[in-house]
Ligand binder design. Sequence first.
Ligand code: 5GP
Ligand code: ZN
Length: 111
Amino acid sequence: MDCIFCKIISGEIPTTKVYEDDKVIAFNDIEPQAPVHILIIPKEHIKSAAEIDGSNSSLIAHVFEVAAKIAKDMSLDGFRIVNNCGDSAGQTVKHIHFHLMSGRDFGWPAG
Ligand code: 5GP
Ligand code: ZN
């Protein structure tokens, strides 16, 4: 499958891993938008948040557990988790991913 994130999972594309277990991996974003900008992704290829249902939602719950663990391990003082779903929301990689961002102030509402 021609998916950048599946290639990162398989090791075909190198990246700086922050966390890995049997279900998810987390790695530094190549174009960080904050001092801490980590992508957390399930190893299963789910296209977007629009495909979350009863068959895979436990995986997404696990992503959020991992986010909390990373935040604790890195002693992050506040963080933002972002998921872009679909072209109009700015999703460029069609393998579901959650941006874990920290280290600066974030405005609200987001632009
Ligand atoms: P999206 O815009 O789909 O929500 O986020 C995709 C993210 O993936 C972007 O922040 C982009 O910088 C990141 N990204 C795209 N290609 C690569 C890559 O090859 N390696 C890493 N580490 N990040 C990538
Ligand atoms: Zn994929």
